[in-house]
Design a binder for this molecule. Structure first.
Ligand code: HEM
Length: 210
């Protein structure tokens, strides 16, 4: 039987554009960041060269700062849109711990329904979590980039060395989010096209969503 359900707008253009620019900038930031870390590691390991960009320390720093401007400008646009146009209020709030636990249990049993254009409590919590990590990454990054000009910020992070570790841990948190995010997109691939086109057919309740 042909599917007669009309495609509905689910993801606004600003959200889609900023999402994909963010994904690109994040990959550049993480890969160049790993190369910068490798030059002076504070854990007993280095990242493999194939997982880094820049070729040498100066090149990786150039990549890191170029992607940083893109990430910050794009992030500010997304935050301004999210707050100013009510996107966060409509799509990411409220989040109640009880609902997160409830939806997480259903997701683990592959019984979480997918409402087109509506995020479940686990998604809301994860998206708000990664957005907070993004702010922490930028703030800790600023504090180690300009520790003299932003000495108050560096002090807030407990000094330069501790701020480096905070920056690393925030990166690890974002990396962990992206792994889970991608696994869930693979599990429910029909969420991918709407994030590109902005439209989706109202779905019957089936499967989990990223
Ligand atoms: C190639 C990599 C990525 C793919 C394929 C991808 C895919 C997706 C998809 C399909 C959705 C919509 C989910 C749904 O409708 O249920 C989404 C939303 C989202 N993704 Fe990603 N994503 C990627 C990278 C990232 C990265 C690197 C971040 C952040 C560090 C991120 C953060 C988000 C956020 C915050 C949302 C919600 C956006 C909103 O509505 O405001 N994604 N992603």
């Amino acid at each position: 039987m042909p599917d007669t359900r009309q495609r509905q707008p689910v993801h606004p253009l600003v959200v889609r554009i900023t999402h994909w620019i963010n994904a690109f900038a994040m990959v550049c930031m993480v890969m160049s960041g790993w190369a910068i870390y490798n030059a002076s590691p504070f854990f007993p390991f280095r990242f493999p060269a194939w997982a880094t960009v820049g070729g040498w320390l100066g090149g990786s720093i150039a990549w890191h700062f170029a992607a940083m401007w893109l990430l910050c400008a794009n992030g500010l646009l997304y935050l301004a849109y999210g707050i100013g146009r009510g996107h966060f209020r409509r799509k990411l709030l409220p989040v109640h711990p009880r609902d997160v636990v409830h939806d997480a249990v259903l997701a683990l049993r592959f019984k979480l329904p997918h409402d087109t254009g509506r995020y479940n409590a686990v998604q809301r919590a994860l998206y708000l979590w990664v957005l907070s990590l993004g702010v922490l990454l930028v703030a800790s990054g600023l504090s180690i980039w300009k520790p003299v000009q932003f000495s108050w910020l560096t002090a807030l992070f407990g000094g330069f060395d501790f701020a480096r570790r905070v920056h690393f841990v925030a990166m690890a948190g974002v990396f962990g989010f992206v792994v889970v995010h991608l696994v869930l997109v693979l599990l429910v691939p029909r969420t991918l096209l709407p994030m590109l086109t902005g439209r989706a057919r109202p779905s019957a309740h089936e499967g989990t969503q990223p």
